[in-house]
Design a protein around this ligand. Structure first.
Ligand code: HEM
Length: 464
């Protein structure tokens, strides 16, 4: 077997001090340059085996997936999402994924198109009414994604609580990320300042979600089945013995969907506006497509197949700036991957940010070129060289949701506005679990010439 190049770092603590200070990203970047596609990093007591090559990714996530579990690497995130589908394992995970899948099929999701468009139209009207010159587009995109999730999957209007919810998610994720990068995280019951912040965020999210559940339960108890959305799907679910899902598990699934679905999509859109502001030619082509296909009216899901460049811009944006920049698994048993030995309990990590820049698969990897996703250009590319939504059976269940939502939102907003990066704004990446703009994304707001078209009224969503 070939020997994995292992970087031991300092005696005893390995690379832990560097990880605590700056996170894993710069370490991986330096080691990829020095050692190539496979290497090990000693971080405290843990060995993190990093795999960048698509071949290894295919094995880890698909052909050899039974050698890997989500395991202890997800312990921190479990404090937030409990046993929802993101963190569950084995048979239980299969059952949970089957339960939510009907709400995630593309054909069903197309019924949400009008609500998605309406939320984007509302956002543009708010900006227009305020006659803004400068906007931090990052919280705006988080709010938009949260509102869309609320309206489509849960039939609730979260515009009032959007600030509280997005802030609570942001705080929770930051604290969980920090806990994940330390050798000893204080038990949650200890009243440290960080724990108090985390507990407050968890309490706020619980309040919002349990209120949604209780309202729907009361509605159902009153004889009204309520909208056929994801909450109904979860509350109406019965197992083989006829038992409903535990209320806590319903809470876990709902928080999971909010967590997995709102920041990621908000980030994808935020980075897309940033990239468009750096690439005026691509932006001009986008405007040409929108004007040609839509002629000033708001888009509908029927327009999606003709908004080809709009889609490619999003695909390329998620290549260059993947919202989930890395992913990890725990090695379930002693095994090997691509010939390298792995020990039970070690961590195996993939890093789409670098796989998306692998020179063997991407020509001029740093260039932003939506043409890469034209069918002829994409033909023959390794299937696992591009994985913003991960891959294999545990691939993102919300990938179709995201693409429909992001394509429609980008179209609606770019019809009415363009954004230039604010000259004084410093763009830096913060590599937490997701890849965030460290200081937000302050942009100058430019109105495009008035486009007519009435916003469509949302159609009631069809049942799952
Ligand atoms: C740009 C948007 C999105 C990106 C980049 C993204 C990315 C990902 C990635 C990389 C994973 C795999 C995580 C892992 O292996 O631990 C994942 C899983 C998941 N995503 Fe997404 N996601 C996005 C949007 C959404 C949306 C909108 C939803 C829900 C409506 C969603 C729900 C989920 C769920 C439930 C899982 C867990 C699936 C499972 O383990 O079976 N995601 N996502």
């Amino acid at each position: 077997m070939p020997k994995m190049p292992i970087s031991l770092g300092r005696p005893v603590v390995g690379h832990l001090p560097a990880v605590m200070k700056r996170g894993l990203f710069p370490l991986i970047q330096a080691h990829w340059s020095a050692h190539g596609d496979t290497f090990g990093l000693r971080v405290g007591p843990k060995l993190i085996n990093v795999f960048i090559h698509p071949e290894a990714i295919e094995r880890m996530l698909v052909t050899q997936r039974s050698d890997f579990i989500k395991g202890e690497g997800y312990d921190q995130i479990r404090l937030l999402v409990g046993d929802g589908v993101l963190t569950a394992e084995g048979e239980r995970w299969k059952q949970q994924r089957r339960t939510i899948q009907p709400c995630m099929n593309r054909a069903f999701l197309l019924g949400f198109g009008d609500a998605m468009v309406q939320a984007a139209v509302d956002a543009t009207e708010r900006w227009a009414a305020r006659d803004l010159e400068v906007l931090d587009i990052y919280p705006e995109m988080l709010h938009l994604a949260l509102r869309i999730l609320g309206q489509t999957l849960f039939s609730v209007d979260l515009s009032v609580s959007a600030d509280v919810s997005t802030r609570a998610f942001t705080v929770a994720l930051e604290e969980l990320s920090t806990r994940g990068n330390t050798i000893f995280a204080a038990p949650l019951s200890w009243p440290t300042p960080a724990n108090l912040r985390l507990r407050r965020a968890l309490r706020q999210l619980d309040e919002i979600v349990f209120e949604m559940i209780d309202k729907r339960l009361a509605q159902k108890a009153g004889g009204d089945p309520g909208p056929q959305d994801l909450i109904s799907l979860l509350l109406d679910h019965r197992d083989e013995q006829g038992a409903p899902l535990d209320r806590q598990l319903v809470r876990d699934e709902i928080i999971t969907m909010f967590l997995a679905g709102h920041e990621t999509t908000g980030l994808a859109l935020t980075w897309t506006w940033y990239l468009l502001s750096l690439h005026p030619r691509v932006e001009a082509d986008l405007h040409e497509e929108l004007d040609r296909v839509l002629g000033g009216r708001v888009p509908t899901v029927e327009d999606l197949p003709r908004l080809e460049l709009t889609k490619r811009i999003l695909q390329e944006s998620m290549r260059v700036m993947p919202p989930v920049w890395s992913g990890g698994r725990t090695v379930a048993r002693d095994t090997e991957l691509c010939g390298y030995p792995l020990r039970e309990g070690d961590t195996a990590m993939i890093v789409p940010y670098f796989t998306h820049r692998h020179p063997a698969f991407w020509d001029r990897p740093e260039a932003f070129s939506p043409e890469r996703f034209e069918p002829a250009a994409a033909r023959g590319r390794h299937k696992y060289a591009y994985l913003p939504f991960s891959a294999g059976p545990r691939m993102c269940v919300g990938n179709h949701f995201t693409m429909i939502e992001a394509q429609l939102a980008l179209a609606v907003i770019a019809q009415r506005f363009r954004f230039d990066l604010h000259p004084g704004h410093v763009v830096a990446r913060d590599h937490q679990i997701t890849m965030r703009p460290a200081h937000g994304m302050k942009m100058l707001v430019r109105r495009r010439e008035a486009r007519s078209g009435l916003a469509p009224r949302p159609r009631p969503a069809a049942g799952c």
